[in-house]
Design a protein around this ligand. Structure first.
Ligand code: AMP
Length: 279
């Protein structure tokens, strides 16, 4: 495994990798098994796997956790070696943004609701950095987790609209044994909050069961999900929404492919989770 921080270093390596399939797994580091599952998928489908680790300032709001986001490159390197990563690309902010950025990628409409509503500009930052990483690494395949279902919809849209020559591959959400979706931010949770956090997935599962029993009324499902989450004293709901996927269109009745997504604050931690169903 080789650790790279300069774009020119990778460009040199890339120019010698003719005929090999390259997969990229973009991350912000502080790796967990969810990230590792993306690497495993990438290993199956490519000759070379590049893991990028970059905490992207563009996708953080002014009062968000950019400066405190957990970072541990030594631990990440060991996990990457164990997972079979060939290259870690971990540029400094100055390498990715050497001068003030005057060009960005903005995907319209589907970036404005759900996480985009509470984190204005977040998906412009995501789309821009992913586009830069795709231009730099020039992979055949790029791997993303369904934990960030809206992010996947945004990136698929960008790649489609701008004819980016890459296949977007997605992987299911990896969870702790009590159902909490794995996230680098879970380390922020206090002991009490960590105990309460599985309520998110439990409630999503309740909704899946209700839908399988025939419930189709979106308003009713959303109301009941919110009520159940509010029973946990640490939870402050950011949103609970049920929409068509991947269009993210508003719906009144559950039909077709749907996304039930939520964001909940527990103390200083903002947790997201979702399920996708086809009815
Ligand atoms: P992050 O480092 O949080 O930006 O995540 C990097 C990639 O890993 C994104 O594509 C995420 O969707 C994915 N990811 C994060 N958590 C999980 C998880 N629990 N299961 C599967 N993929 C995940």
């Amino acid at each position: 495994m080789k650790l790279l921080s300069k774009i020119t270093e990778w460009r040199q390596i890339r120019s010698e990798l003719t005929g090999q399939r390259i997969g990229i797994v973009p991350t912000m580091g502080y790796l967990h098994e969810g990230h590792v599952s993306l690497v495993h998928q990438a290993k199956k489908e490519n000759d070379i796997v590049v893991l990028s680790i970059f905490v992207n300032p563009l996708q953080f709001g002014v009062n968000e956790d950019f400066s405190t986001y957990p970072r541990d490159i030594e631990r990440d390197s060991q996990l990457a070696i164990d997972a079979g990563v060939d290259y870690i690309f971990t540029p400094e902010v100055e390498e990715m943004y050497p001068t003030p950025i005057r060009t960005n990628v903005k995907v319209n409409e589907i970036t404005e609701m759900l996480c985009g509503a509470s984190r204005p500009g977040h998906f412009d930052g995501v789309a821009t950095v992913v586009m830069k990483l795709l231009q730099i690494i020039q992979p055949h395949n790029a791997y993303f987790g369904m934990k960030d279902a809206q992010q996947v919809a945004v990136i698929e849209q960008m790649v489609h609209d701008l004819n980016v020559p890459v296949y977007i591959r997605t992987c299911p959400i990896l969870r702790e044994s009590d159902g909490l979706a794995m996230s680098s931010r879970n380390v922020y949770l206090s002991a009490d909050e960590r105990e309460e956090a599985p309520i998110l997935y439990k409630t999503l599962q309740w909704a899946v069961e209700a839908i399988s029993q025939g419930e189709r009324d979106v308003e009713q499902i959303v109301k009941e999900v919110a009520k159940r989450i509010e029973l946990s004293p640490s939870s402050q709901i950011d949103y609970v929404e049920l929409r068509q996927y991947p269009s993210l269109d508003i719906i009144q009745r559950v039909e077709g492919k749907i996304l039930l997504a939520l964001a909940v604050r527990m103390g200083r931690t903002r947790l997201i989770d979702n399920v996708i169903l086809t009815v």
